[in-house]
Write a protein that binds this ligand. Structure first.
Ligand code: TYM
Length: 326
């Protein structure tokens, strides 16, 4: 069975951007693949953060992922810092990663531009991501579009390693994109992201969903109710495709182009569908929050399983590099 690996930061909430871009695929893949999913707290600490809330947010991310459909009997879910081999392999990979490749990463450029003093961890972030994937020799990595550049670097690191040491230690991981590989935020401008405050949370209440959706950006050409719109450039329409039936999507398309519906009519249908689709997720999250010991048990089992897999790869990697066996 092909092995799948992917990760998500606990710094942000689970929102419909990372849900549709990645997590929907994570859930689907657990039925045909060996899947390993990781909450990447070591990545989250490369940006300013609150130490007091990191652990609770990590647990809350686990609650969200399990509520969204990850099934611990079909996949492995764990926290990155609970498997120390990630940091060790990262160090080894550091030695084959060219500095220039790291400096040209667009996420590094964006994030470093927003910080006065740039920590080395922000630059080395993609090496840790490569270590995450290569540690498990993963074949496939389901991600949203914004992670493709990091994935390409992981492939490059695997190639350089294999060439440098003359052994095929690491397979080159292939990205897997969902049909909704890029969800824009409610401002219709940048990608949906917690740090930009333009999200709809997966666990938001029906009232919150409507309050956020109502003022969301649509086709700017629709200045008045009578102006026809172009659904192809409307972010709300993209989200409709994920939550509405084929018939509804066709109807919305026609109503937008003919100005039969105003944007609010379109958003109301979307809100109703979204609220209905996410109700069971919210319910499961409430049940899980009431049993944090069960969530900790899932993460504990996941880390134990991953430590064993990771150590086997590290034994091989240390040997290939000529490090002395203990
Ligand atoms: P993160 O935490 O930013 O996002 C988690 C996943 O969600 C996808 N995503 C989106 N997709 C579509 N539209 C959006 N608006 C949107 N926002 C987020 C991301 O592409 C990602 O797949 N560096 C990674 C975490 C990571 C990782 C890994 C991923 C660490 N190690 C190894 C894969 C493999 C990150 O910050 O994702």
């Amino acid at each position: 069975m092909p092995r799948v690996f992917s990760g998500i930061q606990p710094s942000g909430e689970l929102h419909i951007g990372n849900y549709l871009g990645a997590v929907v695929n994570w859930v689907a893949l657990q039925f045909q693949h060996e899947c390993i999913y990781c909450i990447v707290d070591l990545h989250a600490i490369t940006q300013p953060y609150d130490t007091a809330t990191l652990a609770p947010r990590t647990l809350e991310m686990a609650v969200g992922l399990l509520a969204a459909g990850l099934d611990p009997s079909r996949c492995t879910l764990f926290v990155q810092s609970h498997v120390p081999q990630h940091a060790e392999l990262m160090w080894l990979l550091n030695t084959v990663t060219p500095l220039g490749e790291l400096e040209r990463m667009t996420q590094f450029k964006d994030k470093s531009a927003r910080q006065e003093s740039v920590p080395a961890g922000l630059l080395n972030y993609p090496i840790l991501q490569a270590a995450d994937i290569l540690l498990y020799k993963a074949d496939r990595v389901p991600v949203g579009e914004d992670q493709l550049q990091h994935l390409e670097l992981s492939r490059e690191i695997a190639r350089r390693w294999n060439t440098r040491f003359g052994v095929e230690t690491f397979p080159e991981p292939q990205p897997m994109l969902s049909p909704t590989r890029k969800i824009l935020g409610l401002d219709g401008q940048a990608k949906m992201s917690k740090s930009l405050g333009n999200t709809i949370g997966l666990l938001d209440s029906p009232e919150e969903i409507w309050a956020k959706l109502r003022p969301a950006m649509t086709d700017p050409a629709r200045k008045t109710r009578k102006d026809p719109g172009n659904p192809e450039i409307c972010n709300i329409f993209t989200i409709h495709r994920a939550f509405s039936t084929g018939e509804q999507v066709t109807h919305v398309d026609a109503q937008c182009r003919s100005a039969g519906w105003g944007c609010l009519d379109c958003k109301r249908l979307l809100a109703d569908n979204m609220i209905a689709a996410l109700a069971p997720v919210r319910e499961r999250a409430a049940e899980l929050r009431a049993r944090p010991e069960r969530v900790r048990e899932v993460l504990g089992d996941g880390a134990a399983h991953c430590r064993a897999l990771a150590e086997a790869t590290l034994v091989e990697a240390r040997q290939v590099m000529g490090l002395q066996a203990p």
